[in-house]
Ligand binder design. Structure first.
Ligand SMILES: NC(=O)c1ccc[n+]([C@@H]2O[C@H](COP(=O)([O-])OP(=O)(O)OC[C@H]3O[C@@H](n4cnc5c(N)ncnc54)[C@H](O)[C@@H]3O)[C@@H](O)[C@H]2O)c1
Ligand SMILES: N[C@H](CO)Cc1c[nH]c[nH+]1
Ligand SMILES: [Zn+2]
Length: 433
């Protein structure tokens, strides 16, 4: 693994670029063709793509109630208990985010303004299933959708080669209140939820992580009129460590990222040269005990160890990179955490591995990647809600702001705008004569 020692400031920006996560032109072209095909040929296109990418020959795209019931009985009790325990924490943290009450402000006498949070009505959730069936993602998306009060929640996920959907995905979907599950994945699933097909319902907004094809598809359909949560592509972690960090912990955090896919990325920032130099060997020895070694090696080949002069430089670099996950395994962890301005989710201290947030601490694991944490939040209750504003003016309100509106409309050269107020001012004046 590459160790980059004291890079010049001019080289920091290029170092923050993701190795493979950039959306290539080929991916964009392939995705655009898939979207057009699904848009014009609906279910037929979905079936063809599933056969091509997963090998599944599908009769029904919709998972039946019987399959969901059966999944409940085939999922091991210990796993169901773990899913239930994680779900309870995710519910607690997300329920606390729900706006408590409507906002009401009388901005001027007789002018009442209200802001009301209203749920997205039809939510489309994507649960990845290429590399492994991420049933934890079902909880991360469907629980906030249910708490927000979405009227219809549908979920797409790639099927196995025999056409089945992993039982734990179905168990979690039922537990979290999903209304319909479809066996389709990749860009085709995103297109299906964006435009609707004979079977898949059209969603108002699409949520969830995925590989480069899924993320590109979400970005393309967002330009064609369907809202998305954010770009949540190939996973990445930045670890900040000093000499007090347990190197095995850091190495395991690197590997847990690498196993998400060949285009995941892990970066260590440290000011401790000895720690930087010793880490690759610790990673290699842990890697030797792991399954999926080949894929993890690919991911690690574009991971990096970056040696900087001090903690100030480390925090500056981290905020420039804007990591999806930031683990601070450092003697001043809490102080450094207070300086984070760009990150998806932060894990503070030696006892907070990313795995905790991936599954069970209660925070959401659907997070912005590729530097999008500079401007986007991870999934939270707000993502499932729109804020609608209301205003109601009384005759007193017309008196309060009528003249202000007239003057502004006149000076924007918008005579009809002015007239709509002038007529009311005259009516109020006539009433009170
Ligand atoms: N950012 C986040 O919040 C977050 C959370 C969880 C997972 N992830 C990421 O999600 C990703 C999951 O990826 P995955 O591949 O395991 O599952 P996936 O479900 O995202 O993608 C699998 C599907 O991609 C499509 N596909 C594969 N190769 C293709 C090709 N050549 N052309 C067109 N379509 C193709 C197929 O339809 C396939 O079924 C990982 O990169 C992981 O890091 C991100
Ligand atoms: N680390 C992933 C992206 O945040 C989420 C995940 C699901 N399962 C395991 N990990
Ligand atoms: Zn993970």
């Amino acid at each position: 693994m590459q160790i980059i020692k004291y890079p010049a400031r001019a080289d920091w920006e290029p170092l923050t670029r993701r190795a493979l996560a950039e959306q290539s032109a080929t991916v964009a072209e392939a995705v655009s063709a898939i979207i057009n095909n699904v848009r014009s040929r609906g279910d037929r296109a979905l079936r063809e793509y599933e056969q091509k990418f997963t090998g599944a020959m599908l009769e029904s795209l919709l998972v039946t109630d019987e399959e969901i019931e059966k999944a409940e009985s085939t999922t091991a009790t210990g796993l169901k208990q773990a899913i239930d325990a994680a779900a309870a924490n995710i519910e607690l943290f997300h329920a606390a985010q729900k706006p408590r009450q409507e906002l009401v402000v009388e901005t001027a006498p007789g002018v009442i303004c209200r802001q009301k949070a209203v749920p997205v009505q039809r939510a489309g959730l994507y649960v990845p299933g290429g590399n492994s069936p991420l049933f934890s993602t079902v909880l991360m998306l469907a629980i906030p959708a249910r708490i927000a009060g979405c009227r219809h929640v549908e979920l797409c996920t790639p099927p196995a080669a025999d056409g089945s959907v992993h039982p734990a995905i179905l168990y979690a979907a039922k537990r979290a209140g999903v209304h319909a599950v479809y066996r389709t994945g990749g860009a085709q699933a995103i297109a299906a939820m964006a435009f609707g097909t004979e079977t898949v319902g059209r969603a108002d907004k699409i949520f969830g992580p995925g590989n480069r094809f899924v993320t590109e598809a979400k970005q393309q359909v967002s330009l064609l009129g369907t809202a998305i949560d954010m770009p949540a592509g190939p996973s990445e972690v930045m670890v900040i460590a000093d000499g007090t960090a347990n190197a095995q912990f850091v190495a395991a955090d690197f590997l847990s990222q690498a196993e998400h896919g060949p285009d995941s990325q892990s970066i260590l920032l440290t000011a401790d040269e000895g720690f930087a130099e010793s880490l690759p060997e610790v990673i290699s020895s842990l890697l030797a005990q792991m399954p999926r070694r080949e894929m993890m090696e690919k991911s690690l080949s574009h991971s990096r160890i970056i040696l900087l002069h001090n903690d100030n430089e480390i925090m500056e670099f981290s905020n420039l990179y804007a990591p999806e996950h930031l683990i601070i395994n450092h003697s001043r962890a809490a102080e450094l955490a207070a300086e984070v301005t760009n990150a998806g989710s932060v894990f503070i201290g030696p006892w907070s591995p990313e795995s905790a947030g991936d599954y069970a601490s209660g925070t959401n694991h659907t997070l912005p990647t590729s530097g999008h944490a500079r401007a986007y939040s991870g999934v939270n209750i707000d993502a499932f809600m729109k804020k609608i504003t209301f205003q109601q003016l009384s005759p007193l309100g017309i008196r309060s702001i009528g003249r202000t509106v007239e003057v502004m409309a006149e000076n924007e050269d918008l005579a009809a705008h002015k007239l709509a107020m002038t007529l009311r001012i005259e009516a109020v004046n006539n009433q009170t004569k």
